[in-house]
Design a binder for this molecule. Structure first.
Ligand code: G
Ligand code: G
Ligand code: MN
Ligand code: NA
Length: 254
């Protein structure tokens, strides 16, 4: 049985689950939100990583079903996180190119918000530059409708795709996520330092927030914090974890 056939069975069996990775405030390291990351717990194969199943789901269209489930489950989970934190948090959800272009996407979004009772302003949708560039006219209309729902848009893997900076002017974007590729060799790499500084400067002048991804060391966090990077995500401040562990992390962070 192929991985693809196994995936359809996995949906029916409820083998997909969501992990949550903390996104923290750099100076205080308090949790501000979580990125939702999908996992597949196969009964015999064990944990199948998303790099193996997301591309298949993107090709066969199953991503629309999986993505709708993930968005709704993440919104419901955020409400539970907030019962622990007693303060507002946000939830960030990855949206693939195919999901973003799906006719039903706005319905899926509205259903997740209505079902969970979560405010749109607490939702961040992560899309890549590539997703925007496939059809910029269509992308703009969807982004405007998301903004009407107060959902924020984050550019994931910022700086790694083929795109022009013009879209930052044209589209209602709120967050840039600096890719791990530019973070991993900090603070020693002058080129990566220059790129991070340039992104931070650009974001500041455009009024955008920045999340640095893949932060694994204190030295990386200090470097970014000193240069005004407000948000940090990475193994240093929390790995992707199941919901119960995320709740425990929130209890430690009151
Ligand atoms: O933890 P990591 O191996 O979790 O994730 C690898 C990649 O898989 C992420 O960069 C992201 O692009 C993709 N991914 C993880 N979870 C989701 C999800 O819920 N939806 C979509 N569309 N992509 C996801
Ligand atoms: O959506 P995106 O492509 O940004 O997915 C984030 C990916 O980065 C996920 O696969 C997640 O597990 C991974 N990740 C998160 N923090 C770290 C980190 O500190 N180091 C490494 N190597 N990977 C990380
Ligand atoms: Mn992401
Ligand atoms: Na990323």
């Amino acid at each position: 049985i192929s991985l693809e056939a196994a995936m359809f069975q996995a949906v029916r069996e409820g083998e997909f689950l969501l992990y949550y990775q903390p996104i923290v405030d750099a100076p205080t390291r308090r949790i501000q939100g979580f990125e939702t990351l999908m996992r597949w717990k196969h009964p015999t194969l064990g944990m199948v990583p998303p790099v193996r199943f997301i591309p298949i789901a993107e090709t066969n269209g199953l991503i629309n079903l999986l993505g709708a489930w993930a968005l709704k489950a993440a919104c419901v989970q955020l409400k539970q996180f907030e019962e622990v934190s007693k303060r507002p948090l946000y939830i960030s959800v990855n949206i693939s190119p195919r999901q973003f272009r799906n006719d039903k996407f706005l319905e899926v979004l509205d259903h997740a918000l209505a079902f969970s009772g979560m405010n749109g302003s607490q939702l961040v949708l992560e899309i890549t530059e590539g997703t925007l560039m496939i059809d910029p006219v269509h992308a703009e209309s969807i982004l405007v409708k998301m903004a009407e729902r107060q959902a924020r848009i984050a550019i994931d893997d910022f700086g790694t795709g083929y795109s022009s900076l013009a879209y930052l002017k044209r589209f209602p974007i709120s967050v840039l996520k600096i890719d791990r590729a530019f973070v991993k060799d900090l603070p020693d790499s002058p080129k990566d330092g220059a790129i991070c500084n340039a992104v931070l400067d650009l974001a500041k002048h455009l009024g955008l927030s920045v999340v640095a991804e893949g932060v694994e060391t204190e030295a990386q966090l200090d470097y970014l914090d000193q240069r005004g990077c407000q948000y940090i995500q990475g193994y240093l401040t929390g790995k992707p974890m199941p919901a119960h562990a995320a709740m425990a992390a929130l209890k430690e962070d009151l």
